[in-house]
Design a protein around this ligand. Structure first.
Ligand code: SF4
Length: 464
C-alpha cells in the first residue's frame, strides 16, 4: 500500500500555559526519528491544539499511531473513532497503558504495540507498506540504549520545542531496580538500570539547542549508587555546555554522595525531585525498600542536598493501607518545617499491571471508575484505614493548604534566597514554577470534575 505519511498523536488533557505546552512528547519524537527519511512524518499534540478538525482530514494511506497513558486512553479511543470515520484503515496504539493492559484497546485499535517499540516500530512501517500488518507487535527486548532512536534533525525542526513548549524532556538512564508495589515505570522500562552513552546525550542536547530540560528517567539518582563512574563522567561532560538548568528524579540516598552533588551543581542541575512517598513508617513494605518514613532522615537529606546549592522537590503519595487523614496532617507538618522548595502530593492509584492493583482486586476493593479518573488526583479504590470520602477530603485539604498563594510564595522566596544576587534573576522562574504547575494540575483536574473535559472543551465521555 502507498503510504502518504505517518501521523503520531499525543492525547493530552493539560492544555497550554501562556500559549506553550508544558512538556514536549519525547517518546513520539524518538519514534518519529525512526520513520524512514523518504516518508513524511508529523507529530500532533492535543495539548497544543484541538485535533478534531485535523483528524477528519486523514485518509486510508495515512498510518496513524496514538500513544496513551492510562488516564488519556478514552481520549485516544475517541480520536481513533474520528480517524476511522475519516477513512483511516490503520490506527496503531502503543504506550504504557497498552503495554500493561493490551486487552483494553483490542476492540478499537487495528494494531496494538506493546513494549518499548524501538525494534518493532520500523518493522511495522514496512509491514504497512507491504500489506502484511500483524494485529500485535511486542518488543520483548530491553533495548541497549546505545544508538537507540537518536532524534533526527528533521524531527527537531518539526517540533520547534524551544518556542512551543516550556520544558523539553530528555532521557539519560532508564529502568529502576526497586520494586514499589504501585509503580508502572518498572513494569514498562524494566528493573535493570540502562545508561545512554554520554557522547549521544551531549550530541542530542547540542543539536536540539535546549537550555533547560526535565529528565524522564525513572530514578536517575539511583545511578549515583549503581554507576558512580558513569555519573561522574556524565556530569563532567554536561558542565561546559551552555545549559541554564535541568531537573531529575531521585531518592534521598543521593544525599550520601556530596562529591557527585557538587559536580551536579557545576553541571547545571537545578532541582532534584525526591520520592519520599510517605512520612508514615508503617508503609515501608509497599515502598520497595526505597523510603522508610523516617522523617529525621528526610530532613537531613534535604539539608545536605540544598547545602550543595540544589533545590529539593518532595514527592508524596497518599492512600497506603496504613494511611489515615492524620497522615496528611503529619505530612503537612513535615513539609512546613523541612525547608522543601516545592511539594507534590498525589493519590495512590492502582494502575494496571501492578501488584497493588492485583491486591485490590483480590480484596474486592477496586472502585468502578473509568480510566480518566486514574490521574492521581481522584480516588479509584477503597482505602483500608479510612473511607473514600475521608481520603478525598484530606487530599483536598492538603492541596488547598500547600498550594495556597501564601505558602507557594514562602517556598519560592526561600528557594530563590539560596541563590547569589547575580543568579537570582535567572532563577526567578524556576523558584516558583514547580509549585505553580502542581497547583494548576490540581485545580484543573478538580474544576473539570463532573464535566470531564479535554483541554479544548471536548467531553471525554464516549457516550455522554
Ligand atoms: S523507586 Fe520510583 S521508579 Fe523505582 S520502583 Fe519505586 S516508584 Fe518505581
Amino acid at each position: 500500500m502507498d503510504i502518504r505519511r505517518v501521523v503520531l498523536i499525543h492525547p493530552g488533557r493539560e492544555g497550554r500555559i501562556l500559549g506553550r505546552g508544558t512538556g514536549a512528547p519525547y517518546t513520539l519524537m524518538r519514534l518519529a526519528a525512526l520513520v524512514p527519511a523518504e516518508i513524511p512524518v508529523e507529530i500532533w499534540d492535543e495539548n497544543l491544539e484541538c485535533l478534531d478538525g485535523r483528524l477528519q482530514q486523514l485518509g486510508p494511506n495515512d498510518l496513524v499511531g496514538i500513544t496513551s497513558k492510562t488516564l488519556a486512553i478514552e481520549s485516544a479511543e475517541r480520536m481513533a473513532g474520528i480517524a476511522h470515520r475519516a477513512g483511516v484503515r490503520t490506527v496503531v496504539v502503543g504506550g504504557a497503558h497498552v503495554t500493561l493492559a493490551s486487552e483494553d484497546v483490542a476492540g478499537w485499535a487495528d494494531v496494538v504495540v506493546t513494549g518499548e517499540a524501538y525494534h518493532t516500530w520500523p518493522q511495522l512501517i514496512q509491514d504497512f507498506i507491504h500489506d502484511r500488518l500483524q494485529p500485535r507487535y511486542h518488543d520483548s527486548t530491553w533495548a541497549d540504549l546505545a544508538g537507540v532512536a537518536p532524534i533526527t534533525d528533521r524531527v527537531i525542526r518539526m517540533m520547534d520545542e524551544n518556542r512551543r513548549y516550556w520544558t523539553p524532556m530528555m532521557e539519560i538512564t532508564r529502568g529502576c531496580p526497586r520494586n514499589c508495589s504501585f509503580c508502572t515505570a518498572i513494569r514498562v522500562s524494566g528493573q535493570r538500570m540502562r545508561l545512554r552513552p554520554i557522547d549521544e546525550v551531549v550530541d542530542e542536547i547540542g543539536r536540539r539547542g535546549i537550555k533547560r530540560f526535565f529528565l524522564t528517567d525513572d530514578n536517575f539518582g539511583l545511578a549515583f549508587r549503581t554507576d558512580p563512574a558513569y555519573i561522574e563522567a556524565l556530569l563532567k561532560a554536561l558542565a561546559p555546555l551552555p545549559l541554564r538548568s535541568w531537573t531529575a528524579q531521585a531518592e534521598m540516598m543521593v544525599s550520601q554522595y556530596p562529591d557527585l552533588l557538587r559536580l551536579a551543581k557545576l553541571a547545571h542541575l537545578d532541582k532534584l525531585f525526591l520520592g519520599f512517598e510517605s512520612v508514615n513508617p508503617a508503609n515501608r513494605r509497599e515502598l520497595g525498600g526505597k523510603s522508610k518514613g523516617q522523617i529525621a532522615q528526610y530532613r537531613e537529606a534535604i539539608k545536605a542536598i540544598q547545602a550543595q546549592g540544589i533545590g529539593v522537590v518532595g514527592l508524596f503519595v497518599f492512600g497506603f493501607d496504613h494511611d489515615t487523614p492524620q497522615t496528611l496532617v503529619d505530612t503537612w507538618e513535615f513539609v512546613r518545617e523541612s525547608g522543601l522548595d516545592s511539594v507534590s502530593m498525589t493519590v495512590l492509584t492502582p494502575y494496571p499491571g501492578t501488584p497493588f492493583r492485583d491486591q485490590l482486586v483480590s480484596e474486592n476493593r477496586l472502585l468502578d471508575r473509568a480510566w480518566r479518573y486514574y490521574d492521581t488526583a481522584h480516588v479509584t479504590f477503597q482505602p483500608k484505614s479510612m473511607t473514600v470520602a475521608e481520603l478525598e477530603r484530606a487530599y483536598d485539604w492538603f492541596c488547598r493548604t500547600a498550594y495556597s498563594p501564601a505558602q507557594m510564595a514562602l517556598r519560592g522566596a526561600r528557594a530563590l534566597g539560596r541563590h547569589t544576587p547575580t543568579n537570582m534573576p535567572s532563577k526567578l522562574f524556576s523558584s516558583f514554577s514547580t509549585d505553580y504547575g502542581y497547583r494548576r494540575t490540581y485545580a484543573w483536574r478538580h474544576a473539570a470534575d463532573g464535566r470531564l473535559l479535554n483541554a479544548w472543551g471536548g467531553d471525554l465521555r464516549l457516550n455522554p
